[in-house]
Design a protein around this ligand. Sequence first.
Ligand SMILES: CC(C)(COP(=O)(O)OP(=O)(O)OC[C@H]1O[C@@H](n2cnc3c(N)ncnc32)[C@H](O)[C@@H]1OP(=O)(O)O)[C@@H](O)C(=O)NCCC(=O)NCCS
Length: 403
Amino acid sequence: MTLHIRTIAPDEIDAFIWAFRAVFGGAPDAQDLAQARLRLECDRSFVAVDGREEVVATAGAHSFAMSLPGGGQLGCAGITLVSVRADQRRRGLLTRFMERLLQQALERGDAIAALWASETPIYGRFGFGPAISTVEITLDRDHAALQHPGPVEEVRLVDHSLAREAFPAIRGQVSATRPGLLTRPAGFWDSLLDEETTSPSGSGPRLHALLPGRAYAIYRLRPDWTDGAPTGQVVVSELHATDAEAAAAMWRFVTDVDLASSTVAGRRAVDDPVLAMVVDRGRTRVAEDWPLQVRLLDLARVLSTRTYGTDGALVLEVHDRQLPEQAGRWHLEVSGGRGSCRRTDRPADVRLDIAALSTVVLGGARTTQLAAAGRVSEDGDDAAAHLDRLLATDVAPWQEFMF
Ligand SMILES: CC(C)(COP(=O)(O)OP(=O)(O)OC[C@H]1O[C@@H](n2cnc3c(N)ncnc32)[C@H](O)[C@@H]1OP(=O)(O)O)[C@@H](O)C(=O)NCCC(=O)NCCS
């Protein structure tokens, strides 16, 4: 069967989502479809269709920008909604989609691509690496006392329209100091904070807590009872704060909820300040959560845009099968915290493939670990460690919302 890959028209969004959901073993509801209509960019949404124009595979990208160390931002293609119908697997459709998506991203000026992978092994071959680790934090209410609780009495629950007005500016402020965070387009905010008519089964309504101008949280109470006692759980889907006091207030608010015995927050930064705020760190459970996979599309631009905490110079020899134009040797020179990255003929200090460089470029993973695993080779004992010293960041990279 000959399959044709093309972008979709606006009236094909529903068929796109139905095809995607079927592969993942479900069917979209009205809210899914409404959300997709707000989020999808048709000229970045691809389908593979058969001769009868039936959709057999889907893949797309969102137009984001990613914060880099130092606060600069570069265009980032958020790859998403990848699905191949069971009878068309392993015939190269994902490979064809990736070629189109990466090429289109480059043409649009994106320097980075990122995705949340359903299964980690899928995307390494396309140059993606797990650059941003996240954790799920569970705090028992009885052990969630904070060292310095902030002004929790100033936190208010607000409705969805006030949340829509107030939350983006707070998240924007956080993005300036946190590498990895992706800009959230208006359609994402609209669908995240829409007027909810039903709650997911087993959960209460979405609640929006605001400390004006400083912090917000989006959460639900999942009620439960054990032996007649309330053992509900607060499920925090997002919490941002611009300063330590505001963070303490918001964490205090979401960990001290009546009828709940615990609070869980997924996809948090590995260095989330709450881990240093709780008095009883031993009773705070931290589990590895999804990592964001990152791929450099324009390594020279990324290395020249991000800032550095220390000066130095190194030659990187990069292998890149999909984008051979960025393969080869690059001289990274950092002076006064600013980097420049240019082509060079000098001998390489560190040799690595693009997936490995993409893994470490935001400072969230170590080249030395990849070298110890045989995935990076270095000339001399110190080259991988030297690269790590250059790439180290003050705070860990973080990205919290799924796309
Ligand atoms: C994962 C999926 C998209 C792969 O699509 P596909 O069209 O079969 O992939 P391709 O034929 O282009 O395979 C490309 C390569 O990736 C490998 N690969 C594909 N899926 C893989 C997986 N789940 N784990 C490891 N390797 C995988 C293939 O073996 C192939 O390797 P090769 O180049 O050495 O031959 C498809 O199986 C699918 O839709 N799965 C269910 C939904 C899903 O997980 N989507 C991903 C969302 S992030």
